[in-house]
Design a protein around this ligand. Structure first.
Ligand SMILES: Nc1ncnc2c1ncn2[C@@H]1O[C@H](COP(=O)(O)OP(=O)(O)O)[C@@H](O)[C@H]1O
Ligand SMILES: [Mg+2]
Length: 370
């Protein structure tokens, strides 16, 4: 029997357009013999639509102008039904189908932070990727760093500021502890939105104020001079670590402009030109990080490699860019797992994880059924 695979994309997120591109790529690659693909788009206002595969994107081939093409009569809600779920059209309540597995490819807010994972948990639908917990801790750079330090995984030193902080005091403290430049980042940033590289006290103060517009907590982080190395991880318990890749930004760091505006903003080198010894250390650190942050399914783990060979963990991305040419699928492909096989494996991992949870729940219900 074919699996009803729901692809959920778009979303009320700063990375809405990136998600449309990932969705387009996945929809084209899904094995139609194995899956009935159900496309579910979420617009920037948070409305959900069940869309037709042939006509849901405007400017599909133009990354700068790609847009959702949806109409109100396509609006739906997914609702729980007898331990399963139904896709219901809002206009007439008609049941259009149900999901066996959800592949949410929404990046950033509500997609990568555990929100949508929680929604699918409540609907009892296996969901690809990290759980609520893994997504939430992976998204929050402060929580993640605290957990990594406990596991003796090296990270750049940092301080935390919020709206109650004495900006004068914390900038002085950061300047004397870290020297300049200092990175300022919202706790839950993505795509480098709100990330600043401050070169002096006044720009540091300014950056904190600006970053606090994106999140209620920000990190002031010691700059690590090094290469940016990334490793793709796949699995729940037994993990596959990919051959590492490298991002070579052409700007002063891997900023929003370098990622999305400037077509030549960065070079993606795959595989990274590093020794086999360093590559092994990268893979080990990536796996250890993945476990420390309770991840499952997949994640891309980003690090800095300094001149003297030290590795610092920068961040984990539980919903990495997923177009055919994005770093995560490319690294997996280099490591022997093709794009459509990767989708298959992610579906299986989601089903396995869900089954385990259902078994646990059944045991809990048995005990509590007095
Ligand atoms: N401590 C740091 N030292 C050096 N470069 C940094 C540091 N923190 C961030 N950067 C630069 O900023 C980019 C974006 O920061 P990152 O923490 O990855 O946030 P995001 O989640 O928005 O991608 C990184 O890819 C890197 O180029
Ligand atoms: Mg990053």
């Amino acid at each position: 029997m074919k699996i009803n695979l729901g692809l959920i994309f778009g979303g009320r997120s700063g990375e809405h357009e990136v998600s449309l591109q990932s969705a387009k790529s996945i929809a084209a690659a899904v094995n139609k013999e194995k899956y009935d693909l159900l496309l579910i788009a979420i617009d920037k206002s948070g409305n959900w639509y069940y869309v037709d595969p042939s006509s849901y994107l405007e400017n599909a081939d133009d990354p700068k102008n790609i847009k959702l093409k949806v109409s109100p009569d396509q609006q739906i809600a997914i609702v729980p039904s007898n331990n399963s779920n139904e896709i219901r059209r809002l206009s007439d309540s008609k049941v259009l189908g149900k999901l066996d597995v959800a592949f949410s490819i929404i990046h950033g807010t509500f997609g990568e932070d555990g929100s949508i994972q929680g929604y699918f948990d409540i609907m009892n639908i296996p969901c690809i990727g990290a759980s609520v917990l893994g997504s939430a801790v992976g998204m929050d750079k402060i929580v993640a760093k605290n957990l990594l330090v406990q596991e003796n995984i090296k990270v750049a030193d940092w301080l935390v500021a919020d709206k109650y902080s004495n900006i004068e005091k914390i900038t002085q403290e950061a300047a004397s502890e870290f020297n300049f430049p200092i990175f300022v980042k919202p706790a839950c940033s993505g795509s480098s939105v709100g990330v600043y590289k401050a070169e002096n006290i006044s720009s540091l103060k300014e950056s904190i104020v600006k970053a606090l517009k994106f999140d209620s907590r920000v990190l002031l982080e010691k700059a690590i001079k090094g290469r940016e190395i990334e490793c793709a991880i796949l699995g729940n318990d037994e993990l596959i670590a990919s051959i590492p890749g490298e991002i070579i930004p052409k700007h002063s760091f891997y900023s929003y402009e370098a990622k999305y505006i400037d077509a030549n903003g960065a070079k993606l080198e795959m595989p990274a030109k590093i020794s086999t010894d360093i590559a092994e250390r990268v893979k080990e650190m990536a796996k250890k990080t993945y476990k420390a942050l309770s991840c499952s399914g997949m994640a891309r783990v980003d690090m800095f490699l300094t001149e003297n060979g030290d590795l610092y963990l920068n961040e984990i991305n539980t919903l990495p860019g997923f177009t055919k040419i994005s770093m995560y699928p490319k690294l997996m492909d280099l490591s022997g797992i093709s794009y459509s096989e990767l989708i298959d494996r992610l579906v299986q991992l989601a089903i396995e994880k869900h089954k385990e949870r259902e078994e646990n729940l059944a045991n809990v219900l048995k005990v509590s059924a007095y």
